[in-house]
Design a binder for this molecule. Structure first.
Ligand SMILES: *[C@@H]1O[C@H](CO)[C@@H](O)[C@H](O)[C@H]1NC(C)=O
Ligand SMILES: *[C@@H]1O[C@H](CO)[C@@H](O)[C@H](O)[C@H]1NC(C)=O
Ligand SMILES: *[C@@H]1O[C@H](CO)[C@@H](O)[C@H](O)[C@H]1NC(C)=O
Ligand SMILES: *[C@@H]1O[C@H](CO)[C@@H](O)[C@H](O)[C@H]1NC(C)=O
Length: 493
C-alpha cells in the first residue's frame, strides 16, 4: 500500500483536476474513486507525469517522449507537441491567415532538452506561449540553424549585409504593400534558455508581427542569439545574451564572435537586456527601432568589438536611450534621424560616426556621460571617413571624465592684451573646418573707458579670429556651432 499511496500523492500533485475537493490525505480519507481505480488494476502501467501530453491547452513535450535530462535527443518529441498544440482550433484568426490558437501553451516544465535540428514553427500560427525550460543544440545541430525558427517557405531570407527600410509609400500615402505577408503573430517565448552549443543561433524570426522574447537567456551562439528579418514589433525584453559564460575580463574575449541581436526589421524594441559576450551586441539593419536599457560588455572596442552597430539604412529612425556601453561603443553608419541619449559610456567607450556615402542628418547625441582613462583621452565622438552632406547634427550637453569632450557647439572666452584674439574650437568641434554660426563680443577692461572697433577676421579650421583697431586689454567671448538647420542649406563659413 505504501507504493500506491506514494503514487496517489504523485497523482494528487500532478492531476489536481482529478481531486478537486481533497485537502488532507491519508490512506483512510483517500478518495474512494481513486482508491477503487488503483485497486482494480494494481499491475496496470502507472500513469505518471511523463505520459501526460497535455492538460487542457497546455502541452508538455515530456509527454511526447522529450527527455528533460538532456541525455536523449528531443527534437521530434517537441515538434510533435507543437504539431498537436497548433492543431487546437478556435476558428478565429488574428491577421489574415494567422490562426488564433487562443493562448495555447507549450510548457517545457523546467526540462533541459537536447535537439539536433531546429524547432521550426509551421506558418500561420498566433496567440501561442512557449515557456519554462532549456533547449540545447546537440553536436550534430546544423551550424547555420537556430534552435527555434519561425519562417514560412514563402519568406525570403535576407543576406547578412541586407538592410531593410520602412515603406514610405505606405507611411505617407496609406497604400498598404499587399506583397508583404505576415506568417506569425503574437508568439511569446518566456523563461527559456537557448544554448546553441557553438553551433548556429538561438531564435530566427522572419515576416512576423508582435513576437515577444521575454526573460530568456542565450548562450553559445556562433551566428546570432536572436535574428529578426522583415516584419515588425518583435519585443525583446529582460534577456541575457552571451556567446561564452563570463562576467567580464574573459581571457578569451579577443575571440568572441557572433552577434547577440540582429534586427533586419522595423519597429522593434530591445528593452532591459544585457549582452555579456559577442563580437557585436546589437546590430540594427532596419528602421524605427528602439534600444533602451541595454548593457553591452560583449567585446571591448580595443579587441575590435562593437556594442551597438546601426548599419546604413538611409533614414535609420533609431532611438538608443538609457544604455550602458561598457568598454564597447556605438557605431553609426551615415546616421539619419538617430537619437542617442541618457547613456553611460565606460572605459573609453565612444560613438563612431562612420561615413559610407558621407551623409549625416538629424543626429542628436545629447545628455550622455562618458568615463575613461585620462592617459588616453579618447574622444567621445570619432569620425571614420569624411562627411560631405551634414545637416541637423546636435551633439551637446554630454559630460566627460578622463575622455575628450566633443560637441557641435562651443563657447570660449579669450583674454588678451593687444589687437588679436584667437578662439580655437578645433579640439572640441566634431567636424573639421566647419562653423555654421558664430557670435562674438568684446569686454574691454580697465579705465578710462575706451571704445574699440573690432571684428571677426577669420573663421577657418574651426578657429575664430577677432581683431581690433587698437591695442586693448580685453576679453573676447565667442560662441559657435556646426548645426545646419532645415532651410539653411549647406552654408559654412
Ligand atoms: C534514452 O534513450 C534510451 C535508448 O532509447 C533509453 O533506453 C533511455 O531510457 C532514454 N533515457 C531517457 C532519460 O529518456
Ligand atoms: C577626406 O577628405 C580629404 C580632403 O577633403 C582627403 O584628403 C581624404 O583622403 C579623405 N578621406 C577619406 C577617408 O575619404
Ligand atoms: C598691455 O600691453 C602694453 C604694451 O605691450 C603694456 O604697456 C601694458 O602694460 C599691458 N597691459 C596689461 C594690463 O598687461
Ligand atoms: C585664415 O586662417 C587660415 C589658417 O587658419 C589661413 O590659412 C588663411 O590664410 C587665413 N585667411 C585669412 C584671410 O587671413
Amino acid at each position: 500500500m505504501k507504493h500506491l499511496l506514494s503514487l496517489c500523492f504523485t497523482l494528487l500533485l500532478l492531476c489536481p483536476l482529478l481531486l478537486q475537493e481533497t485537502t488532507s490525505i491519508s490512506e483512510e480519507n483517500m478518495p474512494a474513486r481513486l482508491l477503487a481505480k488503483l485497486q482494480v488494476a494494481p499491475n496496470a502501467p502507472c500513469p505518471s507525469a511523463s505520459s501526460i501530453k497535455n492538460n487542457g491547452r497546455v502541452f508538455y513535450p515530456i509527454g511526447y517522449g522529450a527527455d528533460p535530462t538532456g541525455a536523449n535527443e528531443s527534437s521530434d518529441a517537441i515538434l510533435q507537441a507543437l504539431n498537436d498544440a497548433f492543431n487546437v482550433q478556435s476558428g478565429l484568426e488574428l491577421l489574415p491567415g494567422v490562426k488564433d490558437l487562443g493562448g495555447v501553451i507549450i510548457d517545457f516544465q523546467g526540462g533541459n532538452y537536447k535537439i539536433s535540428k531546429p524547432i521550426r514553427f509551421p506558418p500561420g500560427v498566433g496567440n501561442v506561449v512557449v515557456q519554462g525550460g532549456t533547449l540545447r543544440a546537440s553536436d550534430t545541430f546544423p551550424s547555420d540553424g537556430h534552435l527555434i525558427e519561425l519562417w514560412a517557405p514563402n519568406s525570403q531570407k535576407l543576406k547578412r549585409t541586407d538592410a531593410i527600410k520602412i515603406d514610405r509609400n505606405y507611411v505617407f500615402n496609406g497604400v498598404k504593400d499587399q506583397t508583404a505577408k505576415t506568417y506569425y503573430e503574437d508568439i511569446t517565448f518566456r523563461d527559456v534558455l537557448f544554448d546553441s552549443g557553438f553551433r548556429g543561433g538561438g531564435i530566427f524570426v522572419i515576416d512576423s508581427a508582435r513576437i515577444r522574447i521575454n526573460n530568456c537567456f542565450f548562450l553559445h551562439f556562433t551566428t546570432q542569439g536572436i535574428l529578426v528579418q522583415g516584419g515588425h514589433e518583435t519585443f525583446i525584453s529582460s534577456c541575457f545574451l552571451g556567446q561564452r559564460s563570463t562576467v567580464g575580463g574573459d581571457p578569451g574575449e579577443r575571440d568572441f564572435s557572433g552577434t547577440a541581436i540582429d534586427l533586419a526589421s522595423n519597429d522593434n524594441a530591445i528593452t532591459d537586456v544585457t549582452i555579456f559576450s559577442a563580437a557585436i551586441g546589437v546590430l540594427l539593419r532596419g528602421q524605427a527601432n528602439i534600444v533602451t536599457g541595454v548593457h553591452c560588455y560583449n567585446k571591448a572596442t580595443a579587441f575590435g568589438g562593437i556594442g551597438i552597430l546601426v548599419k546604413l539604412a538611409d533614414a535609420a529612425l533609431t532611438r538608443i536611450d538609457n544604455c550602458y556601453l561598457d568598454y564597447t561603443g556605438i557605431v553609426l553608419e551615415d546616421p539619419v534621424q538617430v537619437h542617442v541619449t541618457n547613456g553611460f559610456f565606460l572605459g573609453d567607450a565612444n560613438i563612431v560616426l562612420k561615413s559610407i556615402k558621407g551623409r549625416i542628418s538629424g543626429l542628436n547625441i545629447v545628455e550622455n556621460m562618458f568615463n575613461g582613462s585620462p592617459a588616453r583621452n579618447v574622444p567621445i565622438i570619432k569620425l571614420d571617413g569624411n562627411f560631405s552632406n551634414i545637416d541637423q547634427v546636435v551633439i551637446e550637453r554630454n559630460n566627460v571624465n578622463g575622455m575628450s569632450l566633443k560637441s557641435t557647439a562651443g563657447k570660449l572666452s579669450v583674454a588678451g592684451n593687444g589687437t588679436k584674439w584667437v578662439a580655437d574650437f578645433s579640439p572640441i568641434l566634431v567636424f573639421p573646418n566647419r562653423i555654421s554660426h558664430f557670435q562674438y563680443s568684446m569686454y574691454v577692461k580697465g579705465l578710462p573707458r575706451v571704445f574699440v572697433a573690432y571684428e571677426v577676421t577669420n573663421v577657418s579650421d574651426n578657429v575664430v579670429v577677432v581683431e581690433s583697431d587698437r591695442a586693448v586689454t580685453a576679453v573676447v567671448s565667442v560662441a559657435v556651432d556646426q548645426y545646419n538647420m532645415v532651410g539653411e542649406g549647406n552654408f559654412v563659413m
